[in-house]
Design a protein around this ligand. Structure first.
Ligand code: TRP
Length: 334
Protein backbone atom coordinates (compact mmCIF):
# COMPACT_ATOMS: atom_id res chain seq x y z
CA UNK A 1 0.00 0.00 0.00
CA UNK A 2 1.30 3.40 -0.81
CA UNK A 3 1.51 5.91 1.99
CA UNK A 4 -1.27 8.43 2.57
CA UNK A 5 -0.33 11.88 1.47
CA UNK A 6 -0.11 14.94 3.73
CA UNK A 7 0.40 18.54 2.71
CA UNK A 8 0.92 21.72 4.63
CA UNK A 9 2.16 25.25 4.14
CA UNK A 10 3.82 27.93 6.21
CA UNK A 11 3.97 31.66 5.54
CA UNK A 12 7.35 33.33 5.24
CA UNK A 13 6.24 36.25 7.36
CA UNK A 14 9.44 36.88 9.23
CA UNK A 15 13.13 36.09 9.13
CA UNK A 16 12.84 33.57 11.93
CA UNK A 17 10.27 31.02 13.00
CA UNK A 18 9.31 31.15 16.66
CA UNK A 19 8.81 28.38 19.18
CA UNK A 20 5.08 28.24 18.51
CA UNK A 21 5.67 27.52 14.81
CA UNK A 22 8.15 24.80 15.66
CA UNK A 23 6.48 23.02 18.56
CA UNK A 24 2.95 23.66 17.29
CA UNK A 25 3.48 22.61 13.69
CA UNK A 26 6.84 21.87 12.13
CA UNK A 27 7.81 19.24 14.66
CA UNK A 28 4.76 17.19 13.70
CA UNK A 29 5.55 17.73 10.03
CA UNK A 30 8.94 16.15 10.65
CA UNK A 31 7.35 13.10 12.30
CA UNK A 32 4.82 12.68 9.50
CA UNK A 33 7.65 12.20 7.02
CA UNK A 34 8.12 8.65 8.25
CA UNK A 35 4.53 7.58 7.86
CA UNK A 36 3.19 9.75 5.01
CA UNK A 37 4.06 11.00 1.56
CA UNK A 38 4.66 14.59 2.62
CA UNK A 39 4.47 17.87 0.71
CA UNK A 40 5.56 21.07 2.44
CA UNK A 41 5.28 24.46 0.90
CA UNK A 42 6.55 27.94 1.80
CA UNK A 43 3.52 30.02 0.83
CA UNK A 44 5.14 33.21 -0.41
CA UNK A 45 2.11 34.23 -2.49
CA UNK A 46 0.00 34.26 0.66
CA UNK A 47 2.57 36.53 2.27
CA UNK A 48 1.79 39.18 -0.35
CA UNK A 49 -1.57 39.77 1.33
CA UNK A 50 0.20 41.36 4.28
CA UNK A 51 1.90 43.98 2.12
CA UNK A 52 5.55 43.41 1.30
CA UNK A 53 9.00 44.72 1.53
CA UNK A 54 10.65 42.82 -1.35
CA UNK A 55 14.06 42.44 0.31
CA UNK A 56 12.42 41.12 3.47
CA UNK A 57 10.21 38.71 1.58
CA UNK A 58 13.20 37.33 -0.32
CA UNK A 59 15.16 36.79 2.89
CA UNK A 60 12.20 35.40 4.80
CA UNK A 61 11.32 32.91 2.05
CA UNK A 62 14.83 31.49 1.88
CA UNK A 63 15.18 31.58 5.66
CA UNK A 64 11.90 29.67 6.00
CA UNK A 65 13.02 26.95 3.63
CA UNK A 66 16.43 26.74 5.33
CA UNK A 67 14.82 26.51 8.77
CA UNK A 68 12.47 23.75 7.64
CA UNK A 69 15.48 21.73 6.51
CA UNK A 70 17.43 22.54 9.67
CA UNK A 71 14.45 21.44 11.76
CA UNK A 72 14.39 18.08 10.04
CA UNK A 73 12.31 18.36 6.88
CA UNK A 74 14.41 16.16 4.65
CA UNK A 75 14.21 17.10 0.97
CA UNK A 76 14.83 13.44 0.13
CA UNK A 77 11.77 12.32 2.06
CA UNK A 78 9.46 15.29 1.54
CA UNK A 79 8.63 17.41 -1.44
CA UNK A 80 9.73 20.81 -0.13
CA UNK A 81 9.04 23.77 -2.36
CA UNK A 82 8.17 27.43 -2.71
CA UNK A 83 4.57 28.11 -3.71
CA UNK A 84 5.34 30.73 -6.37
CA UNK A 85 7.62 28.25 -8.16
CA UNK A 86 4.57 26.23 -9.12
CA UNK A 87 2.20 28.39 -11.21
CA UNK A 88 -0.54 25.76 -10.88
CA UNK A 89 -1.39 27.32 -7.49
CA UNK A 90 -2.63 30.48 -9.20
CA UNK A 91 -4.25 28.51 -11.98
CA UNK A 92 -6.38 26.45 -9.64
CA UNK A 93 -6.78 29.38 -7.23
CA UNK A 94 -8.87 31.21 -9.83
CA UNK A 95 -11.05 28.16 -10.31
CA UNK A 96 -11.64 28.02 -6.55
CA UNK A 97 -12.60 31.71 -6.54
CA UNK A 98 -15.15 30.99 -9.23
CA UNK A 99 -16.90 28.32 -7.19
CA UNK A 100 -16.86 30.14 -3.84
CA UNK A 101 -19.83 32.23 -2.78
CA UNK A 102 -19.21 35.82 -1.78
CA UNK A 103 -21.11 35.29 1.46
CA UNK A 104 -19.24 32.08 2.15
CA UNK A 105 -15.92 33.87 1.79
CA UNK A 106 -17.18 36.77 3.91
CA UNK A 107 -17.78 34.40 6.80
CA UNK A 108 -14.12 33.40 7.14
CA UNK A 109 -13.18 34.50 10.63
CA UNK A 110 -9.53 35.16 9.84
CA UNK A 111 -10.57 37.53 7.06
CA UNK A 112 -13.12 39.20 9.32
CA UNK A 113 -10.57 39.71 12.09
CA UNK A 114 -7.84 41.02 9.85
CA UNK A 115 -10.06 43.28 7.80
CA UNK A 116 -11.75 44.65 10.93
CA UNK A 117 -8.33 45.71 12.15
CA UNK A 118 -7.32 47.62 9.05
CA UNK A 119 -10.67 48.85 7.67
CA UNK A 120 -12.14 47.93 4.29
CA UNK A 121 -10.24 50.46 2.19
CA UNK A 122 -6.92 49.20 3.42
CA UNK A 123 -7.86 45.53 3.23
CA UNK A 124 -6.62 44.03 -0.02
CA UNK A 125 -8.81 41.74 -2.12
CA UNK A 126 -6.09 39.10 -1.81
CA UNK A 127 -6.90 38.77 1.86
CA UNK A 128 -10.47 37.99 0.90
CA UNK A 129 -9.45 35.35 -1.63
CA UNK A 130 -6.66 33.97 0.58
CA UNK A 131 -8.68 30.88 1.60
CA UNK A 132 -9.37 29.99 -2.03
CA UNK A 133 -5.68 30.09 -2.85
CA UNK A 134 -5.12 27.92 0.20
CA UNK A 135 -7.76 25.48 -1.05
CA UNK A 136 -5.88 25.31 -4.34
CA UNK A 137 -2.57 24.73 -2.51
CA UNK A 138 -4.15 21.71 -0.92
CA UNK A 139 -6.35 20.22 -3.63
CA UNK A 140 -3.62 20.32 -6.29
CA UNK A 141 -1.78 17.54 -4.48
CA UNK A 142 -4.79 15.33 -3.61
CA UNK A 143 -3.66 14.86 0.01
CA UNK A 144 -5.69 12.84 2.50
CA UNK A 145 -4.40 14.97 5.41
CA UNK A 146 -3.57 18.59 6.07
CA UNK A 147 -1.61 19.00 9.32
CA UNK A 148 -2.40 22.48 10.63
CA UNK A 149 -3.11 24.31 13.85
CA UNK A 150 -6.56 24.79 15.29
CA UNK A 151 -6.78 28.30 13.76
CA UNK A 152 -6.91 26.76 10.26
CA UNK A 153 -9.91 24.55 10.88
CA UNK A 154 -12.33 26.84 9.04
CA UNK A 155 -10.06 27.10 6.00
CA UNK A 156 -9.85 23.32 5.81
CA UNK A 157 -13.64 23.07 6.09
CA UNK A 158 -13.98 25.50 3.17
CA UNK A 159 -11.45 23.47 1.18
CA UNK A 160 -13.50 20.33 1.74
CA UNK A 161 -16.70 22.11 0.70
CA UNK A 162 -15.09 23.42 -2.47
CA UNK A 163 -13.68 20.02 -3.37
CA UNK A 164 -17.07 18.38 -2.85
CA UNK A 165 -18.81 21.10 -4.82
CA UNK A 166 -16.42 20.76 -7.74
CA UNK A 167 -16.64 16.98 -7.70
CA UNK A 168 -20.43 17.04 -7.63
CA UNK A 169 -20.83 19.74 -10.27
CA UNK A 170 -18.16 18.78 -12.79
CA UNK A 171 -16.16 15.61 -12.30
CA UNK A 172 -14.80 13.61 -9.42
CA UNK A 173 -11.33 15.08 -9.52
CA UNK A 174 -10.42 16.03 -6.01
CA UNK A 175 -9.58 13.94 -2.97
CA UNK A 176 -11.54 15.33 -0.02
CA UNK A 177 -8.81 16.21 2.50
CA UNK A 178 -9.10 15.97 6.23
CA UNK A 179 -7.63 18.45 8.66
CA UNK A 180 -5.12 16.76 10.91
CA UNK A 181 -5.37 19.22 13.74
CA UNK A 182 -2.09 19.32 15.59
CA UNK A 183 -1.91 18.38 19.25
CA UNK A 184 -3.19 21.08 21.54
CA UNK A 185 -0.51 20.15 24.10
CA UNK A 186 1.98 21.85 21.85
CA UNK A 187 0.23 25.18 22.17
CA UNK A 188 2.82 27.73 23.17
CA UNK A 189 1.93 31.07 24.70
CA UNK A 190 3.62 34.45 24.74
CA UNK A 191 6.20 34.66 27.54
CA UNK A 192 5.06 38.14 28.54
CA UNK A 193 1.35 37.53 28.16
CA UNK A 194 0.85 33.81 28.75
CA UNK A 195 -2.84 33.98 27.95
CA UNK A 196 -2.11 34.93 24.31
CA UNK A 197 -0.74 32.55 21.72
CA UNK A 198 2.96 33.06 20.91
CA UNK A 199 2.77 35.01 17.69
CA UNK A 200 4.94 37.40 15.80
CA UNK A 201 2.05 39.84 15.60
CA UNK A 202 2.18 40.47 19.37
CA UNK A 203 2.80 44.09 20.26
CA UNK A 204 6.28 43.36 21.55
CA UNK A 205 8.85 40.68 20.77
CA UNK A 206 9.78 40.29 24.44
CA UNK A 207 7.53 37.26 24.75
CA UNK A 208 8.64 35.61 21.51
CA UNK A 209 11.38 32.97 21.32
CA UNK A 210 12.79 33.14 17.82
CA UNK A 211 14.67 30.12 16.56
CA UNK A 212 17.40 32.17 14.91
CA UNK A 213 17.96 34.51 17.83
CA UNK A 214 21.14 34.15 19.89
CA UNK A 215 21.19 31.92 22.94
CA UNK A 216 21.86 35.01 25.10
CA UNK A 217 18.83 36.86 23.79
CA UNK A 218 16.54 33.87 24.28
CA UNK A 219 17.92 33.16 27.75
CA UNK A 220 17.18 36.73 28.71
CA UNK A 221 13.61 36.49 27.44
CA UNK A 222 12.98 33.24 29.30
CA UNK A 223 14.41 34.66 32.51
CA UNK A 224 12.12 37.68 32.25
CA UNK A 225 9.01 35.62 31.42
CA UNK A 226 5.91 36.62 33.36
CA UNK A 227 5.12 34.32 36.25
CA UNK A 228 2.81 34.70 39.21
CA UNK A 229 3.25 35.61 42.85
CA UNK A 230 3.51 32.07 44.14
CA UNK A 231 6.68 30.01 44.37
CA UNK A 232 5.61 26.57 43.26
CA UNK A 233 6.54 25.10 39.92
CA UNK A 234 3.21 23.49 39.21
CA UNK A 235 1.11 23.09 36.05
CA UNK A 236 -2.14 25.03 36.37
CA UNK A 237 -3.17 26.87 33.24
CA UNK A 238 -5.77 29.02 35.02
CA UNK A 239 -3.86 30.08 38.07
CA UNK A 240 -0.31 29.78 36.74
CA UNK A 241 -0.37 30.33 32.97
CA UNK A 242 3.24 31.57 32.83
CA UNK A 243 4.74 28.64 34.73
CA UNK A 244 2.51 26.20 32.85
CA UNK A 245 3.74 27.56 29.53
CA UNK A 246 7.37 27.18 30.63
CA UNK A 247 6.65 23.63 31.78
CA UNK A 248 5.15 22.84 28.37
CA UNK A 249 8.22 24.26 26.64
CA UNK A 250 10.66 22.38 28.87
CA UNK A 251 8.75 19.14 28.41
CA UNK A 252 8.58 19.58 24.63
CA UNK A 253 12.34 19.84 24.37
CA UNK A 254 13.49 17.55 27.16
CA UNK A 255 10.93 14.83 26.56
CA UNK A 256 10.27 14.68 30.31
CA UNK A 257 6.68 14.61 31.49
CA UNK A 258 5.14 17.58 33.27
CA UNK A 259 4.78 15.44 36.41
CA UNK A 260 8.50 14.59 36.39
CA UNK A 261 9.37 18.24 36.01
CA UNK A 262 7.06 19.28 38.83
CA UNK A 263 8.71 16.87 41.20
CA UNK A 264 12.21 17.78 40.05
CA UNK A 265 11.56 21.47 40.75
CA UNK A 266 9.57 20.87 43.91
CA UNK A 267 10.91 23.26 46.55
CA UNK A 268 13.13 25.10 44.08
CA UNK A 269 12.33 28.68 43.12
CA UNK A 270 11.24 30.14 39.81
CA UNK A 271 14.79 31.36 39.16
CA UNK A 272 16.27 27.85 39.08
CA UNK A 273 13.40 26.60 36.98
CA UNK A 274 13.74 29.39 34.42
CA UNK A 275 17.48 28.76 34.14
CA UNK A 276 16.76 25.12 33.41
CA UNK A 277 14.18 26.05 30.76
CA UNK A 278 16.64 28.46 29.13
CA UNK A 279 19.31 25.76 29.11
CA UNK A 280 17.13 23.11 27.51
CA UNK A 281 15.76 25.53 24.90
CA UNK A 282 19.07 27.05 23.86
CA UNK A 283 20.91 23.73 23.74
CA UNK A 284 18.31 22.49 21.25
CA UNK A 285 18.17 25.67 19.23
CA UNK A 286 21.94 26.23 18.89
CA UNK A 287 22.52 23.49 16.29
CA UNK A 288 19.33 24.43 14.43
CA UNK A 289 20.46 28.04 14.14
CA UNK A 290 23.92 26.96 12.97
CA UNK A 291 22.53 24.58 10.35
CA UNK A 292 20.18 27.30 9.07
CA UNK A 293 23.06 29.72 8.75
CA UNK A 294 25.15 27.17 6.86
CA UNK A 295 22.31 26.60 4.41
CA UNK A 296 21.81 30.33 3.94
CA UNK A 297 25.50 30.81 3.27
CA UNK A 298 25.36 28.21 0.52
CA UNK A 299 22.45 29.60 -1.50
CA UNK A 300 23.44 27.50 -4.51
CA UNK A 301 22.71 24.29 -2.65
CA UNK A 302 19.49 25.60 -1.14
CA UNK A 303 18.29 26.81 -4.54
CA UNK A 304 19.11 23.42 -6.04
CA UNK A 305 17.10 21.57 -3.38
CA UNK A 306 14.12 23.90 -3.84
CA UNK A 307 14.25 23.50 -7.58
CA UNK A 308 14.07 19.73 -7.28
CA UNK A 309 11.12 20.16 -4.89
CA UNK A 310 9.31 22.52 -7.26
CA UNK A 311 9.80 20.14 -10.17
CA UNK A 312 8.39 17.22 -8.20
CA UNK A 313 5.48 19.35 -6.99
CA UNK A 314 4.70 20.71 -10.46
CA UNK A 315 4.43 17.21 -11.88
CA UNK A 316 1.53 16.44 -9.56
CA UNK A 317 -0.01 19.93 -9.58
CA UNK A 318 0.02 20.37 -13.35
CA UNK A 319 -1.77 17.10 -13.83
CA UNK A 320 -4.52 18.19 -11.43
CA UNK A 321 -4.93 21.52 -13.22
CA UNK A 322 -5.12 19.75 -16.54
CA UNK A 323 -7.93 17.51 -15.30
CA UNK A 324 -9.80 20.35 -13.60
CA UNK A 325 -9.58 22.65 -16.64
CA UNK A 326 -10.76 19.87 -18.88
CA UNK A 327 -13.69 19.12 -16.57
CA UNK A 328 -14.65 22.81 -16.65
CA UNK A 329 -14.73 22.91 -20.43
CA UNK A 330 -11.54 24.89 -20.91
CA UNK A 331 -10.00 23.75 -24.18
CA UNK A 332 -6.46 22.40 -24.00
CA UNK A 333 -3.89 24.36 -26.02
CA UNK A 334 -3.21 21.22 -28.02
N1 TRP B 1 -3.11 29.74 6.07
C1 TRP B 1 -2.06 28.90 6.61
C2 TRP B 1 -1.57 29.52 7.91
O1 TRP B 1 -1.69 30.71 8.08
C3 TRP B 1 -0.92 28.77 5.65
C4 TRP B 1 -1.27 27.96 4.43
C5 TRP B 1 -1.37 28.41 3.16
C6 TRP B 1 -1.52 26.57 4.40
N2 TRP B 1 -1.64 27.39 2.31
C7 TRP B 1 -1.76 26.26 3.04
C8 TRP B 1 -1.59 25.58 5.38
C9 TRP B 1 -2.08 24.95 2.64
C10 TRP B 1 -1.91 24.28 4.99
C11 TRP B 1 -2.15 23.98 3.62
O2 TRP B 1 -1.02 28.82 8.73
Amino acid sequence: MSKARALSGIQPTSGSFHLGNYLGAVRQWVELQNSHDTYYCVVDLHALTAGVDPAKLRDATLASAAQLIALGIDPEKSTLFIQSHVPAHNQLGWVMECITGFGEASRMTQFKDKSAKSGSDRTVVGLFTYPMLQAADILLYQPQYVPVGEDQRQHIELTRDLAQRFNATYQEIFTIPEGYILKAGAKIFDLQDPTAKMSKSASSTAGLIELLDTAQANTKKIKSATTDDGREVRFDEDKKPGISNLLTIHSAFSGRTIAELESEFDGKGYGDFKSAVAEVVTSHLDPIRERTQELLQDKGELTRLLKIGAEKAALVADETVRKAYDALGLIPRG
